[in-house]
Design a protein around this ligand. Structure first.
Ligand code: ATP
Ligand code: MG
Length: 404
């Protein structure tokens, strides 16, 4: 069963038990846009207890019950559906999360949502759209507009500023002027949002092909100054900033390569540490971005280095994102990059041939493990890669000569 079919089944089951139930939020938006929703959320006037009774304790999880959310488990292929009781949020004293929630009706549940395009319900059994917030109209106009008074809605939850930018960039929508104004006025207050949430939003924005639009909006909203230390140094003048945006537009790459492009003009250990700590990046992400920063120039100039210098870089998994960065730096692809791409297409045994000598062979030659040991091995390996030697005999001879 598909996730979609299962979510329809969940809605029907609630309706047959006498409750109101609809698809809600993101899945309604995506369905109208003709995009496959990532997941289907259901909203209902059934209370968490009533939801659990309807589907049975065994098929439900009550982890989010305090906020009125019950997870209904489907057959394996269908995943799970979050079923939420219509609610309105109590006060927001921390600028991020509601202090309490109160169960209410569909209309008030629509009004507590962030943007009009995210505030609609849809009844998949009848095909009815339930739209208290003019979301359909704003979808048509391709606008991100806060529901209600933008200043108030942004004050309640500062994360909404980043969500506005992400939705605008990834859907190629504009941010409605009053909503934009409210974000610009509150941008410095982004600091109340946790690093994890900032990281999650940035990861989604920078992973998306429209990442240049996202970065441009982060600058226009002034959020960028709370997200990247020393961000002002990225736009000392319009030409420099335009060039960086062009690079991001040309980039064909993943999150790490995009972050490396963005950081490159201001990359120091301290600026990158503060981004990686601030966004709570994973060790893998941190390692990859550092590697790209340290090695991309060598790859871009691969034609000017011996193969024994380039080969050990190209066989690393970070070589592809590093080449992506190198490629987007200029409009035409340089010969160093072309060289790397040709070599990457080589058969694995040719790109990374087995070593002629290993440590065991050196010990048999009577060379004791020590500081010299790995130097000799790497000298022999370089000679092999550069085509100076091609047999084990030649390799042993070269090792013996270098011991002296
Ligand atoms: P996507 O899953 O593609 O990021 P989404 O709109 O489904 O988009 P979710 O974070 O899954 O986003 O949230 C589901 C719905 O919950 C949203 O459509 C919106 O109605 C509401 N929502 C989510 N976060 C907030 C928030 N910070 N403030 C108000 N409403 C929110
Ligand atoms: Mg969602």
């Amino acid at each position: 069963m598909t996730p979609r079919a299962f979510s329809v089944e969940v809605v029907e089951k609630l309706q047959n038990a006498g409750f109101e139930a609809f698809w809600a939020g993101g899945c309604v938006r995506d369905q109208i846009l003709g995009i496959e929703p990532q997941d289907y959320d259901v909203a209902t006037n059934a209370t968490p207890d009533q939801i659990r009774t309807t589907f049975g304790k065994n098929r439900t999880l009550a982890i989010g019950a305090a906020f009125g959310v019950i997870t209904v488990l489907g057959p394996k292929s269908a995943g799970q559906v979050e079923v939420a009781t219509f609610r309105k949020d109590g006060g927001y004293s921390d600028g991020r999360r509601p202090d309490s929630v109160e169960f209410t009706d569909a209309k008030e549940d629509a009004l507590r949502r962030d943007f009009t395009i995210n505030g609609m319900f849809f009844d998949p059994t009848t095909g009815n759209l339930i739209d208290y917030v003019n979301g359909k109209e704003d979808l048509g106009k391709r606008l991100i507009r806060a529901i209600g008074t933008p200043e108030d809605r942004i004050q309640e939850d500062k994360l909404r500023m980043l969500r506005a930018v992400r939705f605008a960039a990834t859907y190629d929508f504009a941010i409605e002027p009053e909503t934009m104004h409210a974000i610009q006025g509150a941008a410095t207050e982004l600091t109340v949002v946790s690093g994890e949430r900032i990281g999650t939003e940035m990861r989604r924005m920078l992973s998306h092909p429209n990442r240049a639009t996202a970065v441009s909006l982060l600058q226009e909203t002034r959020l960028i100054e709370k997200i990247i230390p020393n961000a002002a140094a990225l736009f000392p003048n319009q030409a420099t900033w335009d060039e960086l945006l062009s690079q991001l537009r040309r980039l064909v790459g993943d999150f790490e390569s995009a972050l490396a492009v963005l950081m490159e003009p201001i990359f120091t250990d301290s600026t990158f540490n503060s981004v990686s700590n601030g966004w709570k990046l994973s060790n893998h992400e941190i390692k990859t971005v550092r590697w790209i920063h340290q090695n991309w120039k060598k790859l871009a100039n691969a034609d000017q280095h011996p193969w024994s210098v380039i080969q050990p870089l190209l066989i690393q998994s970070q070589a592809l994102p590093a080449l992506a960065l190198a490629t987007c730096q200029t409009e035409t692809t340089g010969i160093g990059i072309q060289f790397c791409r040709e070599r990457l297409a080589w058969e694995p045994e040719k790109l990374n041939p087995l070593p002629l000598l290993d440590g065991g062979a050196l010990i048999k030659l009577g060379i004791p493990p020590g500081p010299k040991f790995s130097l000799i091995l790497s000298d022999v390996r370089s000679a092999q890669l550069d085509g100076e030697i091609s047999t084990t005999e030649q390799a042993m001879k070269r090792a013996q000569q270098s011991v002296g």
